[in-house]
Ligand binder design. Structure first.
Ligand SMILES: Cc1cc2nc3c(=O)[nH]c(=O)nc-3n(C[C@H](O)[C@H](O)[C@H](O)COP(=O)(O)OP(=O)(O)OC[C@H]3O[C@@H](n4cnc5c(N)ncnc54)[C@H](O)[C@@H]3O)c2cc1C
Length: 456
């Protein structure tokens, strides 16, 4: 009996899964393996929201495999050592893995290749599992990656996508392989109260609902904060319970302006991944330095107010509270909360990026760090010194104030757009609100930023 191992990482699904399809085609039996990687556990990346969502995904994957006559094998420890152990136990001659761009994933792949080769086992890395278009698949003439989105998107759009693969009907797993029990969501403490559920079933149901009921209006409504009219597929794409190739193919099949706008956003995900694959240090260092000397004075107090959602700017506070409550934030909220920290408070983008990674269920090194850099003006934004004014943003993207009233209960009784400027309410009304005064004056902050960037 020939055996192949499929090492699942951030591709926790059975539909449209090239490594699993290749393993089934190449061997009589397959070991679907997930290793609870002690290095990730120690890195501080395995925060409660993502650990709980991951537990759902693993339970879903195990259930899906059991429906097909198999099961998930779970191990803990050093990922390379555990894969080698499973290879020895089963006599497997090939391991399949999805390619991933982070520095950590690259080093895992290198170590795996070395150790498996020494054991006489092949490693096959499959692209376009985690991405619709793999990092490096399209490049400009003069560089190893695109630094600007628009030309990237043009090339990305013209790149032929592979076909979508069906989920297997059956998965034959060798008998007698030891496995730990699948982690349980209920064992994870400290999660956000309204954290979404994970798992492939959940992901596929959400995608189907989205294609049926949300996609057509996406072009017009994706920035409407209160409307909550985006797909919320990001955690499913992050953990790979949905295939980006399938999302793009099905959206294109649906067609229309909403589909075009949605596909463009999925391309942003690939864009950041190809930047990180080419410049792994961009997860911690400025991609394009602006020689910032980030503010130190009183910064800790301001950062604490920002994290708690008590800056005195209701739209920023609403976004930050959504993050705490749901482990997720609307994209427009992310943009304006990040701009407020990095530009208005002129605080190091890494401080904000860390806080987002501590809470976001879709927290992803490439998309989080590079979006933060985009907002801070140290990344790929072609207008690096733009500053988002939270009051103007609020009027535009939450015109009636419903988003603020939902997330900032202290302001729930303030009607209409007045909720965006509580400091203009009559004194009597204001003194009755348990809501802070603005922690910073916007025009002073803008002057400070412009001076710091040498723009005055
Ligand atoms: C400061 C900041 C931090 C961010 N951190 C993350 C992160 O850690 N993980 C993450 O997945 N996204 C991140 N984003 C991007 C974006 O905000 C989220 O992907 C989006 O809000 C998820 O909601 P949705 O699934 O409803 O998106 P939709 O609007 O429905 O978009 C569909 C999909 O496209 C992708 N996408 C959309 N916008 C972007 C973008 N700007 N960059 C990359 N991919 C995008 C996502 O995979 C998303 O699920 C960040 C954005 C900012 C400004």
């Amino acid at each position: 009996m020939s055996v192949h191992v499929v090492l699942f990482t951030c591709d926790l699904r059975l539909h449209d899964h090239p490594p699993l399809a290749a393993a089934r085609a190449g061997a009589d039996e397959v070991v679907p393996l997930f290793v609870r990687d002690q290095r990730i556990g120690r890195s501080g990346f395995a925060v409660p929201n993502r650990s709980a969502f991951l537990a759902d995904c693993l339970a879903g994957l195990d259930a899906g495999l059991r429906d097909r006559g198999g099961r998930l094998v779970v191990r803990s420890g050093d990922v390379v050592a555990e894969v080698c152990r499973v290879v020895t136990e089963t006599g497997a001659d090939e391991v399949h893995l999805a390619g991933s761009p982070s520095a950590y994933a690259q080093s895992r792949e290198r170590r795996l290749r070395e150790e498996l080769t020494a054991q006489g086992c092949r490693l096959t890395v499959h692209q376009e599992v985690v991405h619709a278009v793999a990092p490096g698949a399209v490049t400009p003439a003069s560089s190893d990656h695109f630094a600007v989105f628009t030309p990237y998107f043009r090339r990305w759009s013209g790149h032929p996508l592979r076909g979508v693969l069906r989920a297997p009907r059956q998965v034959a797993v060798p008998d007698g392989i030891g496995s730990e029990s699948v982690p349980r969501r209920s064992a994870v403490k400290g999660t956000s109260p309204e954290l979404a559920r994970g798992g492939e079933k959940e992901a596929r149901a959400r995608l189907a609902d989205w294609l049926r009921g949300g996609l057509d209006a996406y072009a017009d409504r994706h920035d409407d904060l209160a409307g909550d009219a985006t797909s919320r597929l990001s955690p499913h794409l992050h953990f790979g319970t949905l295939s980006p190739v399938e999302c793009v193919q099905r959206a294109r099949g649906h067609g229309g302006e909403g589909a075009d706008a949605f596909v463009r956003q999925v391309a942003w995900r690939d864009f950041h991944h190809q930047v990180l694959a080419a410049r792994p240090k961009a997860s911690f260092y400025d991609y394009r330095t602006r020689h910032d000397h980030w503010r130190q004075d009183a910064a800790a107090e301001d950062v604490a107010a920002w994290k708690e959602g008590r800056t005195g700017y209701p739209i920023v506070d609403a976004a930050m509270r959504q993050l705490t409550q749901q482990g997720w934030m609307h994209n427009r909220g992310r943009l304006l909360a990040a701009s407020f920290l990095a530009k208005t408070l002129y605080t190091d983008w890494r401080v904000g990026a860390r806080h987002f990674l501590d809470l976001l269920v879709d927290g992803d090194v490439a998309n989080n760090q590079l979006n933060w850099q985009w907002v801070a003006g140290t990344g790929t934004d072609t207008r690096p010194n733009r500053v988002l004014n939270p009051v103007a943003q609020a009027r535009r993207y939450d015109p009636d104030g419903a988003y603020v009233r939902r997330w900032v209960p202290e302001l729930a009784d303030v009607e209409g757009p007045a909720v965006h400027r509580p400091w203009t309410l009559p004194d009597k009304r204001r003194s009755g609100l348990d809501y802070p005064e603005p922690i910073v004056d916007l025009s002073d902050a803008l002057d400070h930023f412009r001076q710091a960037r040498g723009l005055n």
